[in-house]
Design a protein around this ligand. Structure first.
Ligand SMILES: Nc1ncnc2c1ncn2[C@@H]1O[C@H](COP(=O)(O)OP(=O)(O)OP(=O)(O)O)[C@@H](O)[C@H]1O
Ligand SMILES: [Mg+2]
Length: 361
């Protein structure tokens, strides 16, 4: 099912400000849409509005072009999985999964088929007659998913369903959820504040901040073309380096004058109107060139080296004290206390308007 949000806004009763404002979004049939953003930005509020658990203050919510604003949650053909997926402790896994269908007084045979089918997909067939207390956290999370699956919803809504699991299990469940989505093809909307989950699972990411959409698009677009400095710093680990400066004679000159960058031909055109004005550059830690024999270079003192195996993270300082994070392949030789020259992959430089924070190139 296609889900469309048109100029959606939300103001909670008793609050001065809108919690969400001007939310415009199209989630296509079979999308796995991840709503990402820092705590308090309004992710849960948005998901609950789609589910019908929160009222919509302004704008339109459409399912396959049909207005849903006033449709009761039970008539929306959706299923929601929450972070705290409380299972009924006195019921078996089977009974937990069957619960919503039993309540709907569906036929026993249909219930049995649905539960077994979901259990098979989720690989929990062996635990159908166990109690929640007798199975692991990951298995319980799968039961919670199964409970939503048996309803054959048109849309899956998930609110941080993996955040209670340990790192290893979360990684595993991430892959399982993607596989499950490929298998079922159900339109899914998934809320998280974890950028890794978003980058690895989403067909479409919606990054929010302070109740507004900052950027919506494919994961690679977030990495390669962040729409503004907020997005640039939110996606990617370690975080993108941002340096302030000005455009002088077509070149970026950092505030400390220690870094000069000659933009690519294509970027030069977009930067023309910024001559003499404040511009910030963004450089991802992994896009510095070691050695830097060609083109622009700068010097930095390597203060701390973090060895992660396949990569080395350098915490470096320029002469004026400005700090940079540089990632290099793990086998490169860098020692703490050494000063090195670095260059740039010029194609990977992001230019932002310092005042508005918006992307220029
Ligand atoms: N029922 C409510 N009444 C009034 N304000 C609310 C209500 N629920 C949430 N808010 C406020 O709306 C804002 C957004 O909250 P929301 O729970 O949607 O954020 P979130 O992005 O899901 O955060 P988190 O990542 O911490 O779960 C917060 O400022 C919150 O205090
Ligand atoms: Mg939330």
């Amino acid at each position: 099912m296609k889900v469309t949000l048109k100029n959606i806004g939300k103001k909670y009763e008793g609050r001065e400000e809108f919690t969400l404002k001007d939310i415009n979004l199209e989630i296509e049939e079979k999308d796995f849409c991840v709503i990402l953003g820092p705590s308090g930005c309004g992710k849960t509020t948005l998901l609950r509005m789609i589910a019908g658990l929160n009222s919509i203050t302004e704008g339109d919510l459409l399912f396959n072009n049909k207005r849903m604003n006033k449709v009761a949650p039970k008539d929306r053909d959706i299923a929601m999985v929450f972070q705290s997926y409380a299972l009924y402790p006195h019921m078996t896994v089977y009974e937990n999964m069957a619960f919503s269908l039993t309540m709907r007084k569906e036929r026993k045979k249909l219930i049995d088929e649905r539960v077994r089918e979901a259990a098979k997909v989720l690989q929990i067939e062996d635990y159908l007659y166990s109690k929640p207390s007798d199975i692991s956290g990951g298995q319980r999370q799968r039961v919670a998913l199964g409970r939503a699956m048996v309803r054959n919803p048109k849309v899956f809504l998930m609110d941080e369903p993996l955040s209670n699991l340990d790192a290893k299990l979360r990684e595993h469940m991430r892959v399982e959820l993607v596989r499950l989505h490929k298998q079922l093809g159900t339109t899914s909307i998934y809320v998280t504040h974890d950028q890794t989950e978003a980058m690895t699972m989403a067909s479409k990411i919606v990054l929010m901040n302070e109740g507004k959409i900052q950027q919506a698009g494919r994961p690679d677009e977030f990495y390669n073309k962040p729409a503004n400095i907020f997005v640039a710093k939110f996606i990617g680990s370690p975080t993108m380096n941002i340096l302030k400066g000005t455009m002088e004679d077509g070149k970026f000159v950092s505030k400390n004058k220690l870094m000069v960058i000659t933009p690519s031909e294509e970027d030069s055109i977009k930067l023309k109107s910024y001559e003499g004005r404040n511009v910030s550059v963004g450089i991802r830690p992994e896009r510095f060139e070691s050695g830097g024999e060609f083109g622009d270079t700068f010097k930095a003192l390597v203060e701390v080296v973090e060895m992660l195996g396949k990569e080395k993270i350098l915490y470096a300082k320029m002469a004026d004290g400005h700090e940079l994070v540089i990632s290099t392949p793990g086998h490169y030789k860098y020692n703490e206390g050494e000063t090195h020259s670095f260059g740039f992959d010029i194609e990977a430089i992001h230019f932002f308007d310092t005042e508005s924070g918006e992307r220029i190139n």
